[in-house]
Write a protein that binds this ligand. Structure first.
Ligand SMILES: Cc1cc2nc3c(=O)[nH]c(=O)nc-3n(C[C@H](O)[C@H](O)[C@H](O)COP(=O)(O)OP(=O)(O)OC[C@H]3O[C@@H](n4cnc5c(N)ncnc54)[C@H](O)[C@@H]3O)c2cc1C
Length: 87
């Protein structure tokens, strides 16, 4: 489970104009084990990054709980727990 206080994954990049691009190239910017499509330019744009993150989450079955603000995170050995509330 991953929590996001905004209403969608990659919220901060969704708010940015698509003209804004990453300053690192697509190879360095890809999520672990993933790649940006060759069809995109050297520097992924905001929209391309959002799509990349969505595909990564989908591929790895990462469930993102949106509209949830984390207030506290605790760790007990390997087990992490968190508290928060609907944003
Ligand atoms: C034009 C531009 C180009 C860039 N290029 C690069 C690049 O090439 N390579 C690079 O490494 N970096 C780059 N950066 C910087 C990079 O975007 C940021 O370092 C990165 O987005 C920070 O990631 P983050 O997850 O820490 O924060 P954010 O991207 O801001 O994400 C934090 C997320 O956590 C959520 N959140 C915050 N508090 C809570 C809470 N209490 N509970 C639940 N959710 C919460 C927010 O809503 C947000 O969605 C660039 C930035 C810009 C503006």
């Amino acid at each position: 489970m991953r929590d996001e206080r905004e209403s969608a994954l990659a919220a901060s990049w969704r708010k940015r104009p698509d003209a804004l691009a990453l300053t690192a190239g697509r190879r360095a910017s890809a999520m672990p084990g993933a790649r940006f499509p060759r069809s995109i330019g050297t520097f992924p744009t905001a929209d391309e990054l959002v799509q990349h993150l969505e595909e990564f989450a989908s591929h790895h079955h990462i469930r993102v709980r949106t509209d949830f603000a984390v207030k506290r995170v605790d760790r007990d050995g390997d087990v992490w727990s968190e508290r928060g509330r609907r944003a």
